[in-house]
Design a protein around this ligand. Sequence first.
Ligand code: UGA
Length: 435
Amino acid sequence: MNIAVVGTGYVGLVTGTCFAETGNKVICVDIDEKKVERMKNGEIPIFEPGLDVLFERNTRQGRLSFTTKLDEAIEDAQIIFLALPTPPGEDGSADLSYILGVADKLSFLIKDYKVIVDKSTVPVGTSEKVHNILAKHLDEELFDVVSNPEFLREGVAVDDFMKPDRVVIGTSSSRARDVMKQLYEPFVRQGNPILFMDERSAEMTKYAANSYLATRITFMNEIANLCEKLEANVDMVRIGMGSDSRIGKRFLFPGVGFGGSCFPKDVQALMRTATESEYDFQILDAVLKVNTEQRRLLAKKIKTHFQDDLQGKTIAIWGLAFKPNTDDIREAPAMYIIDELLEAGAKIKAYDPEAMENVQKIYGDKIQFMDDQYEALIGADALAIVTEWTVFRTPSFKVMRELLKEPLVFDGRNLYDLERMQEQGFHYLSIGRNP
Ligand code: UGA
């Protein structure tokens, strides 16, 4: 099939590349000329494991190409994906101006039947808005609008796209349904379902899934906080709970609060939608409040340990990205922790395998960026672990002890065994576990 993908951000680029990999001809279009030029020259604008191999193969074999011209990109396309940003407005609602703007342009360009697919996370009712804008200048026979939310996680996006747990397709048109089924069949060969539903339910499914996952993490963060007070060990509680097949083992890890470009934004947007519908979504309100506190927790623990006086203290930070295997620092808990530590007078020496360049753009020389995780420890009064990169999981404890001024570790991701840390002579504070 011929496919156009409008928007080459995270979702657009992964979507386009993965569809090319299954033999489709994909043209990705973006208004950012520099970015398009870079991609034409073989440069991938995001860090995502595994994407490079597919990107290189599909551009070389002519199935994946890039342009700034919307008209050229859609001319032969049977399907047009909209993978455009929906940034939160001041009131938390999603800003739809990019999506609706492109819909308006398409209404003048489309000449033959096309399926317009919304891949961005958009509020319930958006596909109707897109439909109405297209219908202003187009015969309704010439298009269908489909909602096809994306469930990929940064860091494992290619795998998530290639082997989805499910594909959600919201459409009331049987013609569009057949096109979408054909497109997605190669991705669900193991028997995972393509779930067809109406457009509104598909849009709601995405918000419900992300908000539920954010709630689940937040619930575990609260259980962890209570475990600390009750001298229980949240690792044990997590395994005990997760072994119940109704609960399941995944996504129960307590930590420094959820971050990233999706959960905080989507929980807020769903709250906003609820408010507009005069529904008081109390759980989500609590989720946001608890998460704001949880993001500060590690900094609070550090401040408490040093009796609120961090003047002249240096804190080493391992991990800046909001999670491992990405350079994304949007809503990253590390940023909140750094702000709080700086405000309390601390000096910061930070290391992250991928995200340092992005953090430097914000903090400049307010914090020190180190080339190596151990270098960050030299002369530091304590280490704070914020992101669970694999490279931090089995460090040399001997070297850590030698380099730190004091063997003091605040671990926001529960990477190490409590007994082992005690044997190694560390004062080790983690989340929901007592030393
Ligand atoms: C999330 C969803 O998992 C995807 O399914 C969805 O497609 C995506 O948002 C989106 O809407 O585009 P992502 O933001 O990439 O994906 O990251 P996650 O792996 O879900 O992690 C989100 C946050 O939760 C991170 O800050 C992570 O550290 C935190 N988390 C996750 C925990 O604190 N504990 C856990 O057990 C799991």
